[in-house]
Each structure stands twice: as structure tokens, then as C-alpha cells.
Design a protein around this ligand. Structure first.
Ligand code: NI
Length: 182
């Protein structure tokens, strides 16, 4: 187990686009292990490498008790259908807002061993894949809220007890997305 501290909103790495992985080496496998251990410990439904301070295009997800990971993901949406529902983020502990997402996603990427893989997601898995891929582009879910909700979110972020503490692991009671944040 190598649980890492989770970077919180305000840390510049969360606003920085991550770079593609080119070396599928032992270091990458350690990163995937750290992400998985940290995500499960949190607990969360997903965790992206920038959230533990690593600027690489890698994330893990944990939906239906089945942890997985993707390296260098590329998303395609097979249809126009959307889903609306509560979403949270381990980098914004304790805050949950309804966020509109695509209902289905097809994610193409690589495994940590360098093999091509396709993950098809719907409902929570689709939401998690979109949320984590956003993290790799420096995008946070609060960016995708409607104007009114986003205003409320910014106010609640300013008032949060963790505000201004860039790198602290905060244990919170389970919240968003069936009790787990992303
Ligand atoms: Ni997140």
C-alpha cells in the first residue's frame, strides 16, 4: 500500500494539462498502484494522476467494486444522451453538485503494460471516466456546472475548512455518486 496525499483545489497541478505517457515501465505500474490504493482508501470512484501530484495522463476508477485504470485515454461519445446527477471530487472534499454529463462513453487507451484497451461506460462509470479525463486536461467538475450552481460552489469552496491548504488529505464522510467522490 502506498497511499498518497490528495491535492486539493487551489493546487496549480489541478489546473495543468497532463502529458501523455511514453514509458510503460515499472514507474508507471507503481503510479497505477498508488492511484488505486489512494482511491480505495479515500474512498473514491476515481482518481487521476495530477490529484496525487503526477502530471501524466493516467487515471484509475472504481465502480461496481471493480477497480480499473486507463493510460492516455481518448473519449468518444456514441450518442447524444445525457445524464444529470450528483458529482463530487476528492480534491474538493465534502462538496457535491448536480452535474450534466454524457450518458455513455467509449474510452480508448492503454493498460499500464502498454496494451491497447477499450472501456465502455454508462451511468456512474461513464461519469467517472469523463470526470477523470477532465482532470488530465486541468478541468474540474465545477467548471461544468450551470452558472447558478457554480456561483454557489465557489462560495462554498471559499468557506470550506480545507480552503487554502493545497496538499492535505482530509477524511470526509462518504458523499457524492453513491457515496463516493471522483
Ligand atoms: Ni475529481
Amino acid at each position: 500500500m502506498a497511499i498518497q496525499p490528495i491535492r486539493l483545489f487551489g493546487d496549480p497541478i489541478l489546473r495543468t494539462a497532463a502529458v501523455p505517457v511514453t514509458d510503460f515501465d515499472k514507474e508507471l505500474r507503481t503510479l497505477v498502484k498508488d492511484l488505486t490504493d489512494t482511491m480505495i482508501d479515500a474512498p473514491g470512484s476515481g482518481l487521476a494522476a495530477p490529484q496525487i501530484g503526477v502530471g501524466l495522463r493516467v487515471f484509475t476508477y472504481w465502480v461496481d467494486d471493480d477497480p480499473g485504470h486507463l493510460v492516455n485515454p481518448e473519449l468518444v461519445f456514441p450518442d447524444e444522451e445525457q445524464q444529470d446527477g450528483p458529482e463530487g471530487c476528492l480534491s474538493l472534499p465534502g462538496l457535491t453538485y448536480d452535474c450534466l454529463r454524457r450518458a455513455r462513453v467509449v474510452a480508448r487507451g492503454m493498460t499500464m503494460y502498454g496494451d491497447p484497451v477499450v472501456v465502455e461506460g454508462r451511468e456512474l462509470l461513464s461519469r467517472a471516466i469523463q470526470h477523470e479525463t477532465d482532470h488530465l486536461d486541468g478541468v474540474l467538475f465545477i467548471d461544468r456546472l450551470d452558472r447558478e450552481t457554480r456561483k454557489r460552489a465557489m462560495k462554498e469552496i471559499r468557506g470550506a475548512e480545507w480552503a487554502g491548504q493545497p496538499t492535505v488529505t482530509v477524511k470526509v464522510s462518504p458523499h457524492a455518486t453513491r457515496g463516493k467522490a471522483l
